[in-house]
Design a protein around this ligand. Structure first.
Ligand SMILES: [Zn+2]
Length: 547
């Protein structure tokens, strides 16, 4: 086995926790304020550092403690060489008291705080109390802390850190200067990794893609990213490959995620199933795959609306470019529904061992989403927009009085001129990169008058006729009045008071919602209203067409 590069790089690279303000990644909005306070001798008695885990809260607290106690004097940057600095780095400085508020010992420590804090520093100039996960404290402990913060001795400073600021009582918050640490952007993590692992990068020929992959996997934490890199380097022999990294971390590479979405939206189910097989064969974690897809679809959605996507989408530049390009070829509605399908799959994955089946099923549903939008568009284009509630030419006809619902009230029907405005516009030319891709075409679900397209209404009636003929018969003469905020208003002829009461029943409404769900691919609620609707007798009915 070839020997791995060891100490030569560790000597120069800054691994692990940052030891100077300048090394804290992407929190300049905080470190510059703290350095200014140090220079002016205006360091507050109490700080609250909030923000996600692993973004530098505790590290910054320790650097501040060092700067206050450095033997060079109170400085902008600690020297990291004097006895005081070194013992803080080692965690042995007697005046720097770190308390984990989540532990039992931490609670005892806080109880003793009021007494202990009166005693001056033994070794340095300033006693610094760093209380981590402060939101976990008991009410008793909060009281003890509050009393101390109300009358802090000159020689003591408090730095409270929390991942959940909203759980810290207002009385405590109001006595602290507050800083919010932000999640570290992927680009900042990539830069940090490149700098930190410059030596290994040359020695082990680490591909650029590995850094962006690891940065993404670390989800905003430099510490996690570095520990992943350390594992990867320990795991690799003479060189680091993306393949090896994927194996180690069990997740798939960004390009694979993009390829999956491309295939879904090309309706290439065979390609999708093969991709899942490949991912599965390589031992990737399918639950992680689904979570990564959710993140990608979220990015696709944001990319469609954001004026400056780079501000809202945290990806490496080349990945951002590919994401924006792909989002331009997708329908917003498809993206939103894809997210729903994936969230459902994510939930199912928590309670089953059939990971692969869940992911395959979700993929079928995703592919169908694209297909159904296209199909619906086709229907609308071929048949044009009929007036809602118009006689359903192809609807199966129940016997006798339960004729297919129809109406002829002209005032409620959009004129052909109006409804034609709502018909989908012609498909734009496909981008040159994927000329053969069948492009789903946008179809407006709601016309300008708030009604729904006749073909969909007819499809809904067909559904009902097939599965619930009785309910179908109650709908004689019914008209869809409008669809707003997922609420469909259906008018029943005033003379059909009995049918109206039946339809309003919970069970019948549920069946109707189910049929609507099949047609609209989403859950709609229904509102029933009674309306003057002129019923057309069988004799007046226009001749059946296209049966
Ligand atoms: Zn020092």
């Amino acid at each position: 086995m070839p020997s791995k590069p060891q100490t030569p790089f560790l000597a120069t690279a800054r691994r692990g926790r940052p030891q100077r303000f300048a090394d804290v990644v992407a929190q300049e909005h905080i470190t510059t304020v703290l350095q200014g306070a140090l220079e002016r001798g205006k360091v507050s008695h109490a700080y609250l550092f909030s923000g996600p885990r692993g973004v530098g809260k505790t590290s910054t607290a320790r650097i501040l403690a060092k700067a206050l106690n450095c033997e060079q004097g109170v400085v902008r940057e600690p020297c990291n060489e004097c006895r005081s600095c070194r013992s803080i780095t080692a965690g042995t400085h007697i005046d720097i008291i770190e308390i984990d508020a989540a532990s039992n010992r931490g609670i005892d420590n806080i109880r003793d705080l009021r007494e202990a804090v009166r005693i001056g520093p033994a070794m340095g100039r300033t006693k610094v109390y760093i209380i981590d996960e402060v939101h976990m404290m008991t009410p008793d402990a909060f009281n003890a802390l509050l009393k101390t913060l109300e009358e802090p001795p000159e020689h003591a400073k408090f730095i409270l850190a929390t991942t959940e600021e909203h759980k810290v009582p207002e009385t405590i918050l109001s006595r602290c200067q507050r800083f919010h640490f932000r999640r570290i952007p992927v680009v900042a993590i990539i830069n940090n990794l490149k700098k930190t692992y410059a030596g290994e990068s040359r020695e082990l020929d680490i591909p650029e893609a590995v850094f962006s992959y690891v940065a993404r996997a670390a989800r905003g934490s430099v510490r996690d990213a570095q520990s992943l890199m350390d594992q990867i380097i320990a795991f690799s022999e003479d060189r680091v490959t993306l393949e090896a990294v994927e194996t180690l971390l069990g997740a798939v590479e960004f390009d694979t995620l993009l390829a999956y979405v491309e295939r879904i939206h090309q309706g290439d189910l065979d390609g999708v199933l093969n991709l899942i097989d490949e991912i599965s064969q390589r031992g990737r974690d399918l639950a992680q795959f689904v979570r990564d897809l959710i993140e990608l679809y979220r990015h696709l959605m944001v990319a469609q609306y954001a004026k400056e996507p780079q501000r809202l989408i945290d990806l490496a530049p080349e990945q951002l470019k590919a994401t924006v390009e792909l989002s331009g070829r997708l329908e917003t509605e498809t993206i939103l529904r894809a997210l729903e399908v994936l969230f459902t799959a994510e939930g199912q994955l928590k309670s089953t061992v059939e990971d692969r089946l869940v992911v395959e099923l979700a993929s079928f549903k995703l592919a169908k989403l694209t297909e159904s939008v296209t199909l619906r568009d086709l229907i609308a284009r071929v048949e044009g927009w009929e007036a809602p509630g118009a006689r359903a030419g192809t609807a199966p006809r129940p016997a006798a009085k339960a004729a297919a619902p129809r109406a002829s009230s002209p005032s409620s029907n959009p004129s052909p001129a109006n409804s034609s405005e709502a018909v989908a516009s012609p498909a734009p030319v496909a981008p040159p990169s994927a000329p053969e891709e069948p492009r789903p075409v946008r179809i407006e679900m709601v016309d300008p008058k708030g009604s729904i397209p006749a073909p969909l209404w007819r499809q809904f009636l067909d559904q009902l006729h097939e599965h619930s003929p009785k309910i179908f018969s109650y709908l004689e003469g019914a008209q869809p009045l409008g669809l707003q905020n997922d609420r469909l208003t259906i008018a029943i002829p005033k003379v059909h008071g009995f049918q109206y009461q039946q339809l309003k029943g919970r069970k019948n409404t549920e069946k109707i919602q189910q049929a609507l769900g099949e047609v609209f691919d989403k859950k709609l609620s229904v509102e029933w209203v009674l309306k003057e609707i002129e019923l057309v007798s069988d004799a007046d009915a226009p001749p059946e067409q296209g049966v």
